[in-house]
Structure formats: C-alpha cells, structure tokens
Design a binder for this molecule. Structure first.
Ligand code: GCB
Length: 654
C-alpha cells in the first residue's frame, strides 16, 4: 500500500513538473518591488494635485493637453491622497458619482545617483488604478493600462536623464468609464427625454453590486534595478515523503552573459538548498510544509529564495539580488475533496471586498491588519477575493498567516450577450495573464476564479468559458480553476470545464422572501442537482442575508440580526450533512458591510456583512466564530476532536 502511495506521489510530481516547462507563457515578469542590496524603492504615496475633467464632452483635458504643463496651471486643483478612491474624499456629490477622466499630478525628487548612474533602471509602478490609465512623465506619454486591480509599470530612467535639471513631473489620467468590453462590464446611456433630463445627461449602468470606486487605489512608487536584472521568477512546489521539491525558473533581462546563484533559506536564515542554474529543482530535506491556518500548529511557513545575478551586457558588469518568499505545498482536487498537502481541506471562510469608509477601495494598512485579526479571531481559514484581485500586500499576509485564497479576476457582471464577444474574451484572457503573472508564486493562492455569476446559460458562454478556463490552465496547470455560478443557472454552459463547482444562493432572501423554513429543502436540492450532474466537489461560495446592525425582531423578519442568524444556521445544518460527502467549503457573504450604488434594495450599501463597515461584529459574527473554531477542530486534521479540548493544539485565542 505504502509503495503504491509513494509511486502515485512520484507520478503526481512528474506530471506537475512536466507541465511547468510548457507553460508560463508571458514574456515579462511583474515581481513585487522589494528592496535589496541592489534595489531601492521610493514610495510616492501622499498628496497629489487632482482635477476632474467635468467638461460636457468629458474630453477637454485632452483637447487642452493638460499633461503638457503643471496641472495647477490648467485650472483649480485639490489635494488628493494616494492611495485612495477619490469618491468619498470631498463633500461634493458630483465628484462622488463622477464618470470620466480625473487627473493626478505630482513632482518627484529623484535621487541624483539614480540619474547619474546609467547602469540603473528607474521603474515607475502603479499598484492599481481604476479603470483605464495614461501616464506621462514631464509631458511625455510613457504608458497606458486597461483595467483596475492589477499593477502596471514602465522604465523611465532614460527619459529623466534627458534633462536631469527638470524635476520629474508625473501625470496620471484615470478614467472609470466601463463598457460592454471592459472587466467588469458596464454601459453608458445618454438620456434623451428633455422633459426629464438636461442636455448631455448620462448614467453609467453597472451589473455588479459594489460601488464603482475609482482613482489610484494602490501605492505608486519608483524602484530601481541594475540594467541587467532578475525579471521574473516562477516556482512550483511539491514534496515526496519529507523532501520538499521547489521547481524554479529565473528569467533575466538586459544581460548578454551572466551567472546565477539561487539559495533557499529557512526561517532562521540557514541555507537548505542551492543551485547555480537559472532553472532546476531544489530539494529540501526535512521540509517544513506550508500549511493553512488552523490545519497545523505552525501555519504559513515560508522559506526565502535568494536569487543573486552577476551579469554583463558586454560593456559593464551588474549585480542584482531578489528575494522571493516560498511556501512548499501541494494542491489537488478529487471528485469529492480539495487536498492541500494530500490532506482534505475544508474552506470555512468569507468573501470580502476592498472597501471602507472614506478610503473606498484605497489600500490601507490599518484596515488590512484589522481584517486579518478579525479573520483569525473568527477562525476563518480562507477567503475569496470577490470580485477582483486584491492588493499583493494582502496576499503576502495570507502567505504568512496561512489564510487560503481563491483568487478572482474582475469578471463580475458579465450579463449582456455582447460581453461574450471576441473583444471581451481577448481582454479577459489578457487580464488572466496579468493576474497569474502577478500571483503565481503565492502559496496561499490555491485556485483561480475566472468570473462571478456570468450569464452562463447564454449560448456563447460555452465557447467563452471553455477558452478562458483552458487558457488559465495553460498559464498555470498547477492550480484548479473555477468560476462562481448562481444557483439559478441550472443550465450552466461553463460548469463542465471547471474543477470545482462554486455556487452562490440566497434562499429566503431574493426568492421566497421571509420563508426561512424553505432553506433546508432548497439547499439540499441545490447540492444534489449540481453534484448529480457534474460529480465535482462543491463550495457554497456565497450565502447570507442583510442585517441592519441593531435591528431586532422575534420571530425574525428580514433585515434584522435575528433573520440573518437563522439564515446562517439553516444553511449550516445542510452543510453539516453535505460536507461528509462532496461539499468542500462555505464562504459567507459577506465579511463586512460595503458600499454599493444607490438603489431600492440597498440602505446605504449592502448589509450582508457579519461585521459592520467599521468592523464591529453583528451577532452573526459570533455564530460564525463558534462554528469555524468547531470546524477547525473537526476538519483541521490535527488529530483533535471536540471532546478532547484540553489537548487541542488549536485553541480559542481568548
Ligand atoms: C451576489 C453577488 C454579490 C452581491 C450579493 C448580494 O450573488 O455575487 O456581488 O453583493 O449577491 O448581496 O446580492
């Protein structure tokens, strides 16, 4: 038996590593900017000058070439913090709801040495800006990028060296207009009835349930590398018995010849494996595997892979150092289970949003750390990045704390048949390229989600999802792929292609409102139907109910905390039956209340959070906490059971 298991393990490793060579098709890397002896980072966060182009045709800023001079010379500017959404920063409703171009500008002092040293690359990087961005340096266009939630960068050293005496003026124009071909899709409609709307009045329709926050959402920075540099690193990991295997590949730019030294170090800085080849397999004896939170007493173990390059471009010699955190783990899916390190993993977690008061979708460390503390307090072991990629810093936290991630692209609200066309698909494939390129090395990321609740019953959905999912698997054959489906779409055309069925349902909320007693029947049928048809493991990827904090009623009525609690508990009783069979996870909608567009069903935003938007618990948070810690002890594979609390390695932290 053991021999057979060892043979199967070896086969898995061989298949996994063989696939590795055929993939990672992207031609350049997007390594997270890190300081090292050869690299410096200068953050450009803080106050930028800001001006919205509210001209009637929304195009005056281009007609008048605002990028050519200082923004303040084009008209009145205001202070705008970066990173932050601009929408909730002022008292102006027109700016909150603004659609069109907004302009950011800032002058930067570039260290003289960076300019003087021709052997230094100076890279301008924007962590994310929503949605379409154009960047100028001293009035010269240097790059543009379509899509929020993902980084883009450009080398500007040669440009700033042209005239080292001029200050470096960075101008970024950002447009939040969504079309049927963007991700997420949207639509602008001009209103023609002059008895109701003035000339030029338009609205942007969106098909998703969160506020379309806009602006520069993540840090902007300058960083340096030598002219010959480590451009990308890819790692794929596995293990055999207690030997860890790290298959890696380093790509280098700007060098004719060079030498590479790769050293893998453990947490104490001891070298555990090394190589002088640009690609290969590092073997780690007595490996410390990367384990999820609550599945092991030492979760989130990370090694450091130090890549040291010495290279020459024919004239000069350059030295570069980059250190990548590496977690060694495996992921696999069977028809009934999700396996991490060959052990069944049960997702007990949340769906989140990047969303908070004032900042909107702006990156904010205090908020991030608070959210991780709440996740761990609740006993959540996972979350889905609903409905778009989150900041890389958040994924780094997940790596370190062992929080498992379903990494979702911004394919939310694909409802119009025109959003299944070739242009949309091409953009969707590009976005998956960018997402996989950015997040491929995070051990916490265990599955890609290519969309949320698309109109997957429409005829073009079959070709669209077959192409999209196949492309994603070509990019990364090491992780399962899913998209999130609505339980209504019984005739789902994409489901045959996914590895895991992720299904959202809101029984007794959007259907049969008030009829809590129907949840067990309907949920049971939901699971049986999906499993019966596809024989794939299922995650309940959303469920929940709005609760206005402090609103009470017994017997429960909708929008009270009691109603939210009964919805959760009714779902839980069915999960408890089905998790013994093929249900592999439950993710509450939502971690916290979040802002939406104004509408009849939203009372200052979506209130399905188990925490308020200010991160205070509703009663439901305590119900989940009780459940998740119990599940952790039952399913966490620590050899524990609820009856022997005294010897639990995993303890309630209070
Ligand atoms: C969903 C969506 C999510 C919404 C949620 C709701 O199915 O995926 O974006 O916020 O329902 O509360 O309606």
């Amino acid at each position: 038996m053991e021999v057979r298991a060892a043979g199967l393990g070896m086969l898995r490793v061989v298949c996994l590593f063989a696939a590795f060579d055929a993939v990672w098709l992207l031609d350049s890397g997007m390594l997270f900017p890190r300081e090292s002896p050869s690299r410096e980072v200068k953050e450009l966060n803080g106050l930028w000058d800001f001006r919205a182009d509210d001209s009637t045709n929304r195009n005056q800023s281009f007609e008048r070439a605002w990028y050519k001079k200082r923004l303040a010379e084009t008209g009145p500017v205001i202070d705008m913090p970066v990173p932050a959404s601009y929408n909730d920063i002022t008292q102006d409703a027109a700016l909150r709801d603004f659609i069109g171009w907004v302009w950011y500008e800032r002058e930067v002092v570039v260290p003289a040495r960076w300019i003087a040293d021709e052997g230094t690359r100076v890279v301008l990087r924007v962590g994310s800006a929503h949605y379409f961005s154009i960047v100028w340096v001293n009035g010269v266009k240097v790059t543009q990028h379509a899509g929020g939630h993902l980084p883009f960068e450009v080398e500007i050293g040669s440009l700033i060296r042209e005239d080292p005496t001029t200050p470096c003026r960075i101008t970024i124009a950002v447009n939040n207009t969504l079309s049927l071909e963007t991700l997420p899709p949207g639509k602008i409609q001009y209103m023609e009835d002059r008895t109701k709307y003035p000339e030029g009045f338009f609205v942007q329709y969106i098909y998703f349930d969160f506020f379309n926050y806009a602006g520069i959402h993540r840090p902007v920075l300058l960083y340096t590398t030598p002219k010959a540099y480590v451009d990308d690193i890819t790692v794929v990991t596995d293990f055999l018995d207690n030997t860890g295997l790290v298959k890696y590949k380093v790509s280098v730019q700007g060098a004719a010849t060079g030498t590479i030294k790769v050293t893998l170090k453990d947490k104490d800085g001891r070298s555990v494996a090394s190589s002088s080849k640009p690609s290969g397999v590092l073997k780690v004896e007595d490996v410390n595997l990367w384990w999820p939170y609550l599945m092991h007493e030492n979760p989130g173990y990370l090694y450091s892979m130090e890549v040291h390059l010495i290279a020459t471009d024919g004239r000069s010699t350059y030295e570069d150092m980059y250190t990548l955190p590496v977690g060694i783990r495996s992921v696999a899916v069977t028809s009934t289970q999700f396996l991490i390190n060959n052990k069944p993993f049960y997702f007990h977690g949340v769906n989140k949003h990047e969303d908070s008061d004032i900042r909107g979708k702006g990156f904010d460390w205090p908020l991030i750390v608070k959210d991780f503390n709440l996740l761990k307090w609740m006993g959540a072991n996972s979350f889905r990045t609903s409905h778009y990629p989150y900041a890389e810093e958040i994924l780094q936290m997940c790596d370190r704390h062992g929080i498992v991630v379903i990494d979702e692209c911004p394919g939310v609200g694909i409802k119009d048949i025109r959003s299944f066309g070739n242009a949309s698909l091409a953009h969707h494939l590009d976005v998956m390229d960018e997402l996989v390129r950015r997040d491929k090395n995070h051990p916490s990321v265990v599955m890609w989600s290519v969309a949320n609740e698309p109109a997957s019953e429409m005829p073009p959905a079959e070709f669209y999802f077959e192409t999209l999912i196949k492309h994603t698997k070509d990019l990364d054959p090491t992780r399962p792929v899913t998209y999130i489906t609505d339980s209504n779409y019984a005739r789902d055309k994409g489901a045959p292609f996914v590895d895991v069925i992720c299904v959202n349902s809101y029984f007794s909320w959007y259907h049969d409102s008030g009829h809590l007693e129907l949840i067990p029947l309907q949920l049971n049928n939901q699971f049986e139907n999906w499993y019966g048809k596809y024989k794939k493991p299922i995650i309940q990827s959303e469920y929940g109910a709005d609760a206005v904090p402090g609103l009470h009623s017994d017997p429960p009525v909708m929008f009270t905390e009691e109603y939210q609690n009964i919805v959760l508990q009714s779902y839980h009783s069915v999960f408890d039956q089905k998790r013994k069979q093929y249900v592999i996870g439950e993710l509450i909608w939502n971690f916290a209340d979040f802002m939406t567009v104004q509408g009849l069903t939203r009372v200052v935003g979506n209130k399905k959070g188990v925490f308020t938007r200010q991160r205070q618990p509703k009663r439901a948070a305590f119900i989940l906490k009780e459940r998740y810690w119990r599940l952790a002890n039952e399913t966490g594979r620590l050899g524990l059971s609820p009856s022997n609390h005294q010897c639990h390695a995993v303890k309630y932290p209070w």
